[in-house]
Design a protein around this ligand. Sequence first.
Ligand code: SF4
Length: 209
Amino acid sequence: MHRDRVEAILQALRTAYPGARSRLHYNNAYQLLVAAILSAQTTDEQVNKVTPGLFQRYPTAADLAAATPAEVSAQIKSLGLFRQKSAHLVAACRILLEKHNGRVPDSFEELVALPGVGRKVANVVLSNIFGRDVIAVDTHVFRVANRLGLARAGNVRETEEQLMAVLPPGSRREAHHLLIYHGREVCRARQPRCLECQVRSYCENGCQE
Ligand code: SF4
């Protein structure tokens, strides 16, 4: 895709969603890592309802590492997959203590080695905490990027690779947030609101007017 077209899409989305940023509530790397692990198949709003109590009870990775999964489950049972997520959180925090002095590592390989952390969560942490110029591809980014022709991929991994190639350096974190906002607000999975779409002239989903 031509750079001018990419820039035009990004600019239109910037205008539509000024200040787009993560909707997860966090104050440090530990909190974002935990919130991102909890966000699997769950909305950010649901995660934000449980994390204040969770972080009050377990303010550091050491505190969470000392808990049992059953204790953590009691704090997050309103979320889907809460038993699995509890086990992941405790195991991940124990690794943080054993291998990283209780800190969240800043390398992709070390992040994805943590239970509950895949490419998306790792890239969310790397971009939002460590300022890395990477893009995390979730279901919204995957759908919107492919509808707009920013990627032409059949899976999340290929979409990430293609977006890394086509997005201008320095724009990937912002693009992640813009595509998520557009996917939530307008370009929904079912019944996208194409008549209200700010980038429909670029769309390759058959929605141009
Ligand atoms: S025109 Fe419709 S399908 Fe295309 S990007 Fe906009 S909302 Fe999504």
